[in-house]
Design a protein around this ligand. Structure first.
Ligand SMILES: Cc1cc2nc3c(=O)[nH]c(=O)nc-3n(C[C@H](O)[C@H](O)[C@H](O)COP(=O)(O)OP(=O)(O)OC[C@H]3O[C@@H](n4cnc5c(N)ncnc54)[C@H](O)[C@@H]3O)c2cc1C
Length: 397
């Protein structure tokens, strides 16, 4: 295949999820000519189908500086992109249902304070009921983060894509990168639409990034998982903040239209060759039970829609962000382990700074791809099992 005229850019980005588009947008803000190659359409995968949680609450220590910087960008999104991506600064609350869980919350907040962070605040039973009066009375307290919130995922991705395009970024959908190779210092990427070249290559291909990294001899212990969500029918407003739980898996929010989105890193299955996730109803029912325990009045609320999106998980639950250890002018940003939507704005900005050689106080060392060299075994891609959704309600368990 030959390189066609007009297919050279300063930077080629593979993957049009929030990370690829945010990186492209921030590079373009500095005058860089960027082309984004997207295999499907922008936001088709995790970035467009996630739960929309904009959560700094509960982050791994290493992620906190990046997550906090990203949150600041979420609050400025309307000014930066000309569209707020549906961001609502509703706050996020993690509930403790027993004294032991409350003690866990207390220790977490004390740990963060020792590190100098004050964004997570311990709240008692009364403060929880003040924030969310409809919650079950057995709740004994929790952790409150008032500046967290949620957004509308597909809207956010579209906002980044449009803002990037206004700055001159070329976004080519249905254009999968098949082969990447470096000729001299220049990168060449083969696609069904021809060969694209650039001085710098950025891989933001989500669950498929590992395969592309392997083409340059970079082994990353990452595997895809199908993360599940369900959306209920509409119900009168009863819950303003995003809720999580300490002792069980839960992510729960009510949108302005009355529907309730329920998730919490619930693992379904993945059809990796088919490029989609599949729902496991048995596991989904665990989440439904948590919701009806905390909000008994929802017991007969119908479930409108269920789905699973495909997300990359790494062996140490931290993303890969930064320069390749195997090739020059190659950067990665993937493996966000179910929490990368919130990180999108900040990580794209930080990666663009690194590519441009600009200084930042936010270290990417913990996310260096080289950290896996000490890990003896790579995680295998898990096999896919198909399940078939049927009609359910929250009380179907
Ligand atoms: C159900 C679910 C709920 C979640 N909830 C939350 C949440 O509440 N809060 C939160 O912070 N995070 C959440 N996440 C995680 C978050 O969605 C992801 O971490 C984030 O969207 C990852 O973005 P990405 O750009 O790296 O990947 P993706 O969005 O997967 O984008 C990668 C893109 O690369 C493309 N691609 C792949 N291979 C190629 C190729 N060869 N050539 C060209 N393009 C290619 C894909 O088509 C895809 O569009 C959730 C994820 C899921 C699945």
């Amino acid at each position: 295949m030959t390189e066609k005229g007009g297919q050279h850019s300063d930077v080629l980005v593979i993957g049009g999820g929030i990370h690829g588009l945010s990186t492209a947008f921030h590079l373009a803000q500095s005058g860089v000519a960027v082309t984004v190659l997207e295999a499907d359409y922008c936001g088709r995968h995790a970035s467009g189908v996630n739960a929309g949680g904009v959560r700094t609450l509960g982050r791994h220590d290493a992620e906190i500086p990046l997550a906090l910087s990203s949150r600041a960008l979420w609050h400025e999104l309307a000014q930066t992109l000309g569209d707020d991506g549906g961001f609502v600064p509703s706050g996020q609350l993690k509930l403790a249902e027993t004294p032991a869980e409350l003690e866990e919350c207390r220790q977490r907040v004390a740990h963060l304070q020792r590190l100098g962070y004050t964004h997570e605040v311990l709240v008692d039973e009364q403060e929880v009921f003040d924030i969310i009066p409809t919650v079950a009375r057995h709740v004994v307290g929790g952790i409150w983060v008032k500046d967290d919130g949620y957004a509308v995922p597909y809207k956010t991705v579209t906002s980044f894509r449009r803002a990037a395009q206004r700055l001159g970024v070329k976004v080519l959908e249905t254009t999968p990168a098949q082969r990447i190779e470096q000729r001299g210092s220049r990168w060449q990427v083969s696609t069904p639409a021809g060969v694209f070249s650039a001085e710098h290559l950025v891989i933001t291909a989500g669950a498929w990034a590992r395969e592309l990294a392997e083409q340059v001899g970079e082994s990353v212990p990452a595997h895809p998982e199908g993360l599940m969500l369900m959306v209920t029918h509409r119900v009168a407003p009863f819950c303003a903040p995003v809720l999580g739980a300490t002792g069980r898996s839960l992510s729960f929010k009510q949108f302005a239209n009355g529907t309730v989105v329920i998730g919490g890193k619930l693992i379904g299955t993945v059809d990796f060759p088919g490029r989609h996730g599949e729902v496991d109803l048995t596991r989904l029912s665990i989440s439904a039970r948590t919701v009806t325990d905390l909000f008994p009045h929802l017991k007969h609320l119908g479930v409108n829609r269920i789905w699973a999106g495909v997300e990359a998980f790494t062996a140490d639950d931290l993303p890969v962000i930064g320069a390749s250890r195997k090739a020059s002018n190659l950067s990665y940003s993937f493996g966000f382990c179910g929490s990368g939507f919130q990180m999108g704005p900040g990580t794209g900005k930080r990666l663009a700074q690194q590519i441009l050689g600009e200084h930042s106080d936010i270290s990417l060392d913990a996310f260096d791809v080289g950290r896996f060299a000490a890990m003896p075994e790579l995680t295998d891609i898990r096999s896919a099992h198909l399940t078939h959704p049927t009609d359910i309600s929250l009380s179907s368990h």
